[in-house]
Design a protein around this ligand. Structure first.
Ligand code: FMN
Length: 474
């Protein structure tokens, strides 16, 4: 504004050098009345609106006693948290309280005026669609929310510029409520976040908590609070300028035990307090997309969409739905670890990243009888096995020695270590040869012709091996 007025006055001074009534009075007055004064009235509201803040007109309206009295008392304290996002009234000086009350009333009025719930869904995964498990889960949640009538905007933070907070506190002092950084956070995401009824914070679990992108976003919400401090419930709080949206935290992790989210849940509850509507955590997420667990994955994604619908309808997620979301994938936690280790060993020996592993259709190479039986179970194809009753026994020598067997009946498979009582087919092979065949490194028929392994019993079962155990193969 200073620059605009300086420009107008500079123009007037230049014009006054020419001695005439028009240049010394009429044009300068027209500039001041025609440009300067409208600019003075319109620019502050334009500026405040751009940053999602209440306009001067709204503040004036809500400060007038009549409106103040008739306004319903605000349901404050949506958020409890540490020093940053805080709650409730007790604390700072009265004028400050009033100003905060005004801002909250305006926020509530704007939100209440809406009939459609507005949701902002923030995805902080560094991975893109197709590989990100955070995104997989978030897409399902958003689908459910939309089905229930919410207006949802998903923002992938990897596509946006959100600089780190530089700790200058300009947003508390020189430009209250507005960050000094000029990036997507200030220009786009923060105003949208302020406007939303619910924010979904979707993050991969990195080192037991939110990842750096999500943390950077959270830190950049500092302008939502004022610098002052007050104590409530033995905790120090900052007063809120505006009520932030209610929070939903969604996270995925590599480790299989649900307790891997303990630190994150503690942080989320401390930060968001009462405004935390739900936490949706999916352990063992990297296993979700394995073809052999497709049914389980579909059920998990269905349940996540159901969670989205429940959130819009009742602002919470039922225990039954959360139970489905966290259901085990691919056996108990020990089996999960053994399979994961076989997967990583294969990645390393093949020089393939997890993404390339999937693209090449690789199979984790078993390194024990135990993992061999797991891979056989994982690859078992009930459709191909329909109507088949058979027992296949494997006697391994070489790298790993020992016997095991696989029983097929009624489209189901049971695996056991040790020999079977009445096997229909016995395969006798060096472990490493059979694993080469299993992982597609060697051709089973060629190895048979070269007598690298031997069989006793029903040879048709040998020929059907690929169909019976080829579920996961591309
Ligand atoms: C830097 C880094 C740290 C990780 N830390 C953990 C962890 O502490 N606990 C865990 O279970 N998984 C951890 N993981 C695994 C990720 O949570 C897992 O791969 C997740 O699926 C990634 O989500 P995305 O697919 O959306 O990127 C970590 C992964 C990376 C790259």
């Amino acid at each position: 504004m200073t620059f605009a007025w300086a420009g107008i006055f500079a123009g007037c001074i230049v014009l006054s050098l020419y001695p005439s009534v028009v240049t010394r009075a009429i044009i300068p007055l027209s500039l001041i009345i025609g440009i300067g004064l409208p600019f003075n009235f319109l620019f502050p509201d334009y500026y405040l609106r751009r940053f999602g803040l209440p306009t001067m007109a709204e503040l004036r309206k809500f400060r007038s006693p009549a409106v103040h009295d008739s306004a319903s008392p605000p349901t404050r304290g949506a958020v409890a948290g540490p020093a940053v996002i805080t709650s409730e009234a007790s604390g700072p000086s009265r004028p400050l309280e009033e100003a905060r009350g005004d801002a909250e009333r305006i926020t509530l009025t704007q939100r209440e005026r809406r009939t459609i719930m507005k949701v902002i869904a923030l995805n902080s995964s560094a991975r893109g669609e197709g590989t990100s498990k955070t995104r997989l889960m978030l897409d399902a949640l958003v689908k459910g929310m939309r089905e229930a009538g919410a207006e949802v905007e998903t923002i992938h933070l990897r596509d946006k510029k959100v600089k780190n907070c530089i700790g200058c506190f300009t947003c508390w002092t020189k430009t209250p409520g507005v960050c000094v950084q000029k990036d997507d956070m200030t220009n786009e995401i923060f105003p949208k976040w302020l406007e939303a009824d619910i924010c979904v914070y979707a993050t991969p679990l990195y080192h037991y908590t939110v990842n750096a992108e999500m943390k950077a976003f959270i830190e950049r919400t500092l302008p939502v609070v004022e610098p002052f401090m007050y104590r409530k419930d033995d905790r120090t709080h900052h007063p809120l300028r505006r009520n932030p949206p209610k929070a939903v935290v969604l996270s995925v992790a590599g480790f299989p035990e649900p307790s891997v989210f303990d630190q994150l849940t503690s942080y989320a509850n401390f930060l968001f307090g009462k405004s935390l509507l739900a936490e949706i955590y999916r352990p063992a997420a990297e296993s979700m997309t394995q073809p052999q667990v497709a049914d389980t994955m579909n059920d998990i994604l269905d349940a996540t969409a159901q969670a989205g619908r429940e959130l819009v309808q009742s602002r919470k997620v039922s225990d039954a739905t959360l139970g489905r979301i966290t259901q085990p994938i691919g056996g108990d936690y020990d089996s999960h670890a053994r399979m994961a280790n076989a997967f990583w060993k294969t990645c390393m020996s093949e020089g393939a990243s997890p993404r390339e592993f999937g693209e090449k259709g690789l199979i984790p190479r078993p390194d024990s009888i135990d993992t061999f039986l797991m891979i056989m179970s994982a690859g078992f194809n009930p459709q191909s096995a329909a109507g088949t009753t058979a027992v296949l026994q494997f006697n391994f020598s070489g790298e790993v020695e020992g016997s095991c067997h696989v029983s097929i009946e009624n489209g189901k498979i049971v695996t056991k270590e040790g020999p079977a009582t009445k096997p229909d087919l016995v395969v006798e092979s060096p472990f490493e040869i059979w694993m080469d065949i299993l992982t597609g490194k060697a051709d089973g028929q060629a190895m048979f012709m070269q007598q690298k392994y031997k069989t006793v019993g029903d040879l048709t079962l040998l020929l059907r091996m690929k169909d019976l155990f080829g579920k996961g193969k591309k």
